[in-house]
Design a protein around this ligand. Structure first.
Ligand code: X8Z
Ligand code: ZN
Length: 607
């Protein structure tokens, strides 16, 4: 029902009839069951999300305990309801009732075991790992033995993004990875308990439960993901080879190998998931011609201005302004006096219009994009708020992640000119620079978006046992991303926990799907907006749907469907396609692929 993972787990509440085995099997009984469930669910979600908001914006032992208890109550009820839905398995029901009952069964991200002590334990562990991540700090020792100021995630991020000193980068990278070993034991126990809960609901394990939400079988979904990776992998390998070569020129042969994996700390991001910050090191001679971070800083842009830019884009498409409560209740800036979970998220606290953004906004191009990403969640949430409660969610979780990013693909130089951030648009000689810059964000991400849940699916299934958590993590990072740890790792480390979504138990394949689908959406919307114009050959990366009401209406039509229909229907509504398909992203980057092939002539490919 909502994008926050804390809310997603609350997809249901127990309803007495479901539990008492009163033997109802008809359509009117099912309707009563579902109506009552949705009514109760509404209050339960509100309770738990208000508690979760306080937990995330004011991390203390108490806020953690309160939120864990609220979460536990709703999960316990959700589990009871999922079990209760089984009584209607054989009934002949209208499609929307059948769909809702199925959503009750597959909607949970965390299924707690029915044993009350275990149920309390698993929610406590979940809250504690997320809190630990939020509080995470690296406190370097200086040579005199006195402590330097501690580095929080923003400080570590900044070093990785801006430093050119490999020793300093390595220190920050290593430092951030010290926050997670204390989570290791908790994570192991969390997996045991989460699996126990999932099995009580009839799933093989938690990973199978996660894969069951895509209007196809879990096995079919796993195959779909492999198929998509097969489509995009060649482009990734080309980008990888090119970037490795450039980094080798910069850092030297002793730091970057000619043929092997790239050291994971040199790609401008703690997890090497977004390589945009390496742009200056790898830029072509015909550079893209502007630096949005620099422009925003020079203009003294404030966090609130960043959000206003994002909101304006959506308004230009015909969406109503965000409600006043959004501005009153959101958190845009990291508070000075307390720990918070800075990882950006968009909240739909009451599942109607209590929309909020929680983010520690930094004035950079990357965060400009993230603001649009988050507002995509907010406008989606409001668009589907007329649906019945169980349908108030995206068509699948990848859709939720894709909307704001789709809008951000319309942040073209021409758009920046229109809103007064850029004076002149770079001509077509800058196209490769523009595309390369975008590929460092979009193409570099793909294997990372895939590998996190490849790891977790295997952890949940037991294929990766606890004594191989870290080794398996790095094996997968090597296999998919072609990156390697810059210093030796061991099972005393727990590097997966240094990534928010592992610590906070948020499924991740959604982002992999999103990064592919958003190009399908962009292409369809650009067409609706009349770009390229007849006879013109404007490439897709120069098309912006800004200010186009026709594109806005098309988008809104898909958004307001929420989760009421299989995602294939929602996809078809906007794109005419019924499949997630990488053709659009590959077409978008085709000129870059050609250029990379030329640059990579005679250089090694792969690792
Ligand atoms: O977590 C996010 C969003 C919130 S849903 C900021 N993203 C992933 C990440 O940061 O790892 C967006 C891109 C991938
Ligand atoms: Zn998101």
């Amino acid at each position: 029902m909502a994008v926050m993972k804390t809310l997603r787990v609350l997809t249901a509440i127990g309803f007495v009839c479901a539990l008492c085995g009163c033997g109802s099997t008809g359509s009117s009984d099912a309707k009563t069951f579902l109506d009552e469930a949705e009514k109760k669910l509404f209050d339960l979600v509100l309770d738990a999300s208000q508690a979760a908001w306080v937990q995330s914006t004011y991390i203390t032992d108490d806020s953690e305990a309160v939120a864990a208890r609220a979460n536990e109550r709703s999960i316990a009820e959700s589990v009871r309801l999922a079990k209760g839905a089984v009584q209607f398995d054989k009934a002949d029901l209208p499609a929307d009732q059948r769909r809702k009952l199925n959503l009750l069964k597959v909607g949970l991200v965390l299924a707690a075991p029915s044993n009350p002590a275990e149920s309390a334990e698993v929610t406590r562990l979940g809250a504690s790992m997320e809190g630990r991540y939020g509080k995470g700090k690296y406190c370097p020792e200086n040579k005199a033995g006195t402590a330097n100021p501690c580095m929080d995630i923003a400080a570590v991020t900044k070093v990785l993004a801006t430093s050119n000193n490999p020793a300093e980068i390595l220190d920050a990278w290593r430092g951030w990875h010290t926050i997670s070993p204390p989570m290791r034991k908790d994570y192991q126990r969390f997996v045991e308990l989460a699996n126990k809960g999932a099995r009580e609901l009839g799933f093989k394990d938690s990973g199978a439960m996660w894969r069951s939400k895509y209007d196809m079988t879990p096995d079919e979904f796993a195959k779909e993901v492999d198929r998509l990776w097969g489509q995009v992998r060649p482009l990734y390998v080309s980008l990888h080879s090119y970037v490795r070569w450039k980094l080798r020129e910069k850092y030297g042969a002793s730091v970057v190998p000619e043929k092997g994996p790239i050291p994971a700390h040199l790609l401008g991001n703690i997890w090497a998931q977004d390589w945009s910050n390496t742009y200056k090191l790898v830029a072509p001679a015909a550079d893209k011609g502007y630096d949005l971070t620099e422009i925003l800083k020079r203009r003294n842009t404030k966090p609130l201005d960043m959000v206003r830019y994002g909101e304006s884009f959506f308004k230009s498409l015909g969406f109503a302004p965000l409600p006043q409560t959004f501005w009153d209740r959101s958190m845009f800036i990291k508070p000075r006096d307390r720990d918070v979970v800075c990882h950006a998220s968009a909240w739909d606290v009451d599942n109607i219009e209590d929309l909020r953004l929680k983010m520690c906004i930094d004035i950079t191009e990357e965060e400009f994009t993230t603001v649009h990403h988050e507002l995509g969640h907010s406008f989606y949430q409001r668009a589907y708020n007329k649906q019945p409660l169980l349908f108030r969610d995206s068509a699948n979780d990848g859709f939720h992640e894709a909307i704001g990013d789709t809008i951000a693909l319309s942040v073209t130089p021409e758009y920046l000119m229109k809103i007064g951030l850029l004076n002149g648009a770079p001509d077509s000689s800058k196209d490769i620079g523009l595309l390369l810059s975008r590929a460092l964000e979009k193409i570099a991400f793909l294997p990372f978006g895939l590998m996190i849940d490849q790891w977790r699916w295997r952890v949940f299934s037991g294929e990766i046992p606890p004594d191989q958590y870290n080794k398996a993590w790095w094996d997968l990072r090597l296999k998919y991303q072609g990156v390697a740890p810059p210093v030796a790792r061991s099972e005393a480390d727990f590097d997966p926990g240094a990534k928010y979504h592992v610590a906070a138990n948020v499924p991740y394949t959604r982002y992999f799907l999103s990064f592919i689908m958003q190009f399908q959406f962009h292409k369809a919307l650009a067409k609706a907006a009349g770009c390229p114009a007849p006879g013109a050959d404007t490439p897709l990366h120069r098309c912006s749907i800004y200010d186009n009401k026709e594109a806005g209406a098309r988008l809104n039509k898909m958004l307001e469907m929420g989760l009421s229909r299989p995602w294939q229907d929602a996809m078809s509504e906007l794109t005419g396609q019924r499949q997630i398909d990488a053709t659009a992203i590959l077409d978008y980057f085709a000129p870059l692929q050609k250029w990379l092939d030329e640059q990579n002539q005679g250089k090694p490919a792969g690792w």
